[in-house]
Structures are given as structure tokens and as C-alpha cells.
Design a protein around this ligand. Structure first.
Ligand code: F0G
Length: 443
């Protein structure tokens, strides 16, 4: 059956369509785009994906992203042909997603009060965060359309991942970062992988608007999560979690919330899997904002002008979203959290994020910096590494459990999005005996 992939506007009443090879991040009416497929993949592929784990040196089976290539076949290739795979698919030698699966971490389970808790570290990707899942697909699309230079704005991890794939594919890479607001390890990676770093005075939102403007002027191909091909790769985070649960959907999937690319991709993967009959139940998404960068929390929960902003079948109240952005600008309200990865005030994927929350009957909560640090430290005490933004996941699950939203017998999958790239954070945490899980040094 022909695959017939295309791009389509996410607003059902707009629905403009574009060919796969067209480079754009919005339809001409300014709405975000999805990659769509006309075919319905057979559920017998579940077995094929599982068998590919025994990869026999085929890097496209070894890759935790391309192992699921039939579900993101926007290159419209023969997925069994190694020649086609090698010609079209970008991979860091099969490393992206390879080490990712959910683990039971008993100390975290006890702390949050949920025993059926599965935490999936995405920090063990080659560049150290979940971004590689989507970067490998965005750069595959860039290669498909003969791009020589990619461009992004970043709080750090996106730039590390983009720079790594660009280096490996001999592409140029410009990264726009908020000066002084990026973890040193992430900045180091951008330099190490040969990217051109452009420091912007301001925050991530300023860096993103500058980079999108430059891209529009011909300055490069945007690989931020507003690129629909990024979202395709990030769907595999959910595929791996579900595969591990034998495709029995959990009750909850929990992410930290920044620009909402993850939330969007989780929503899209669940919409597709449900429509294709691969899952019978729809897990609920919980997004965890930092208290210091809580736009989604504020708007979704009616904390601004008393209106709970919703997807509303593709017509969310964008006026209220824009009024809130203006309110923040005119009152000098800037996102501020020590978890700089999610220090974002204007989530670029907010409309797609609302769609995901609508489809999954999702919730949005917020946690303090202290809660995130405790979450991060406790993951560490189970022998797993994660950064502070990922600590939002155990912290958020605990809070939702205490509020009675998550029930103690629920099955919960939490995504630990990135690895520690600022060693001063755990060092400071553990040196202070007042911290809940501190293990201070002796002299
Ligand atoms: N966790 C980590 C470790 C991140 O780096 C990010 C985003 C998020 C969570 C939030 O994910 O944007 O999909 O909601 N980092 C981006 C960057 C913005 O530039 O590296 P999201």
C-alpha cells in the first residue's frame, strides 16, 4: 500500500495540505502543521519492532527511533531495504533512543506514593537528552530537501543535539541561546560539535523569535519543535514506553513542560495509535510546569482572567493567550527558574499542546525549584542520572497523587527528559544538609 505522507494544518476547519518536501513550520494562515499518513500500519508490526531489538548490526534496527520506522515513514521508503534506509535516514550510528526504556525506581515510587511507576531516562541519548529522538527525524527531513544549514533557538539541549547531528551530516548549524541562561555542559556541547553560537540578550522566547526570523530570511532550516518532523521522532518515546508495557496503555504519561514539543508529540502518537487500533485505552497526559515558568499551568487552569483555555476543536482562545503574553511583557514578568531547560514563557507549541491535553483529558500542574531538586536527587539515589527539569516529573507525580488526581494504584510512566549537564547543581544540593535527600560531604 502506498504510504502517502503529507503535511496538514492542525486546525480542522483550515486543513491546508502541503507536500512532504515543502519546508514550512506553519500553514499560510499561521497554524502549526502535522505530518500525516494515509495508510494504517498493521498491528503485526509490534512483533517486527520487538524483533529488531536483536539488531544484527543494522543501525536502523538498533536505533530506538528508526526501529519504529513504519510509523514515521515520511520519506516514503521501503523500510526493509537497508539501501533505502542508509540513503534517507539520518542516525548517529543507531545510538538515538537505543538505551531508552522505562525502569522501576523503588525509592522514587516510595516517595511519590505510586508503586506502578515507570521512569524512562531519555538522558542516555547520545547528546544527553530526549531531543535526539526528534532531531534525527528533523535532520532526515533537512537532508531530504537538500539543506546545508540548520538553525535553532535553545535553552541548551536542542542546540547540543542539533550541533551533534549537523556535525555528523556535514551541515552547518547556528544556535541562538539566551546569554548566561544555559547550563555549561550544554553550551560546551554546542561548541564541541562546531556550531556557531549566537548569544541573545534576553530569554529563550527572544532567542526563538530571532532565530525564526533569521530562518525566514533564508538563514537556515529550523529544527526547533515547531518543525513537524521533530515531533515525528519524539513519538518514539511513547512507542518505547508502550512496547515495554506490552502495548497496554498506562493511566498516565508525565512530562515536564517547556515549549511543549513533548506534550504535542505524545498527543499525536496516542491519537494515531488509538485511531489505528494499536491501543484500546487513552492514557492521560500530565504536564508539569516550573512555578517560575508556568504559562500553560496559568492558562489551562483559568488563573488568568478566570478562563480555562482549551483546544476547542482547533479554535482555542488565542486572544486570551496573546493578552497573557502582553500582560507578562508589560509587567516585566520573565520566566525564572533554576531549571533553565524549561525557563520558557511563551510555549511555541501551545496550540498543539492543548490538542494533546484535550485528546487525553490531561492535567497541568506546577512545582517549585526545591521540589524539582528533590525529584532530581532521588532519581540519582536510584542510580539514574537526570537534570533538574526532569526532576519536575517525580515532583509533579507526587503533587498530583497528594491531590488525589493520580491514584495510588494507577500505572504511571514519567519521562526523565535529560541528563545532568551542570554539575554545580547536585554538588550544591548535596552540600546543603537542609535539603531533603542531601548526602553532605565529610571532612
Ligand atoms: N526537559 C529538558 C531536559 C529540556 O531540555 C526541555 C526543553 C524540556 C524538558 C521541555 O520540553 O519543550 O518539549 O516541553 N528544552 C528545549 C531546548 C526548549 O532548547 O533544549 P518541551
Amino acid at each position: 500500500m502506498p504510504i502517502e505522507a503529507f503535511q496538514k494544518c492542525i486546525d480542522p476547519s483550515c486543513g491546508l495540505e502541503y507536500p512532504i518536501r515543502e519546508v514550512r513550520i506553519e500553514c499560510e494562515r499561521g497554524h502549526l502543521l502535522d505530518v500525516r499518513y494515509k495508510s494504517t500500519p498493521s498491528t503485526s508490526l509490534k512483533e517486527v519492532f520487538y524483533k529488531r531489538r536483536n539488531h544484527a548490526n543494522n543501525i536502523f534496527n538498533e536505533s530506538g527511533v528508526w526501529r519504529f520506522r513504519e510509523l514515521l515513514n515520511f520519506c516514503e521508503i521501503d523500510t526493509e531495504s537497508i539501501e533505502d534506509c542508509s540513503k534517507f535516514l539520518v542516525s548517529l550510528d543507531g545510538a538515538e533512543g537505543r538505551l531508552s526504556k522505562p525502569y522501576h525506581m523503588s525509592k522514587v515510587s516510595d516517595y511519590v506514593g505510586v508503586q506502578n511507576l515507570w521512569l524512562q531516562p531519555e538522558g542516555y541519548n547520545p547528546s544527553g537528552s530526549f531531543k535526539d529522538n526528534g532531531m534525527t527525524t528533523a535532520v532526515t527531513h533537512a537532508k531530504l530537501v537538500n539543506i546545508k544549514k540548520i538553525i535553532c533557538a535553545s535553552t541548551g539541549n536542542t542546540s547540543a543535539s542539533a550541533a551533534m547531528y549537523a556535525a555528523n551530516e556535514n551541515m552547518e548549524c547556528d544556535v541562538y541561546i539566551p546569554a548566561g541562561e544555559v547550563a555549561p555542559g550544554k553550551l560546551g556541547q554546542a561548541f564541541q560539535f562546531g556550531a556557531q553560537v549566537i548569544e541573545i540578550k534576553g530569554n529563550f522566547d527572544d532567542a526563538l523569535s530571532t532565530s525564526l526570523k533569521r530562518a525566514g530570511e533564508g538563514g537556515g532550516y529550523t529544527v526547533n519543535s515547531v518543525n513537524p518532523f521533530r515531533i515525528e521522532g519524539q513519538k518514539t518515546i511513547v512507542f518505547r514506553a508502550l512496547e515495554s508495557l506490552d502495548w497496554n496503555a498506562p493511566d498516565w504519561i508525565v512530562y515536564p513542560g517547556g515549549a511543549l514539543g513533548n506534550t504535542s508529540s505524545c498527543g499525536k502518537s496516542l491519537m494515531e495509535l488509538y485511531e489505528w487500533g494499536w491501543i484500546k485505552k487513552i492514557p492521560r497526559i500530565a504536564v508539569v510546569n516550573s512555578e517560575g515558568a508556568n504559562t500553560l499551568y496559568t492558562l489551562y487552569n483559568g488563573k488568568f482572567e478566570g478562563v480555562e483555555v482549551r483546544w476547542n476543536n482547533g479554535k482555542p482562545d488565542t486572544d486570551i493567550i496573546n493578552r497573557y503574553y502582553k500582560f507578562m511583557d508589560s509587567n516585566g514578568i520573565k520566566p525564572k527558574t533554576k531549571a533553565t531547560a524549561i525557563q520558557i514563557a511563551k510555549p511555541a507549541n501551545i496550540v498543539k499542546g492543548l490538542r494533546a491535553l484535550d485528546f487525553t483529558d490531561g492535567v497541568v500542574t506546577q512545582v517549585s525549584d526545591g521540589d524539582m531538586l528533590d525529584g532530581m536527587a532521588l532519581v540519582g539515589l536510584n542510580g539514574f542520572d537526570c537534570e533538574m527539569a526532569s526532576g519536575a516529573v517525580p515532583a509533579g507525580i507526587r503533587k498530583l497523587m497528594q491531590e488525589g488526581v493520580i491514584k495510588k494504584d494507577d500505572t504511571v510512566v514519567g519521562i526523565l527528559t535529560g541528563r545532568q549537564k551542570d554539575s554545580s547543581i547536585p554538588v550544591e544540593y548535596h552540600k546543603n544538609p537542609k535539603n531533603r535527600f542531601a548526602h553532605p560531604p565529610k571532612s
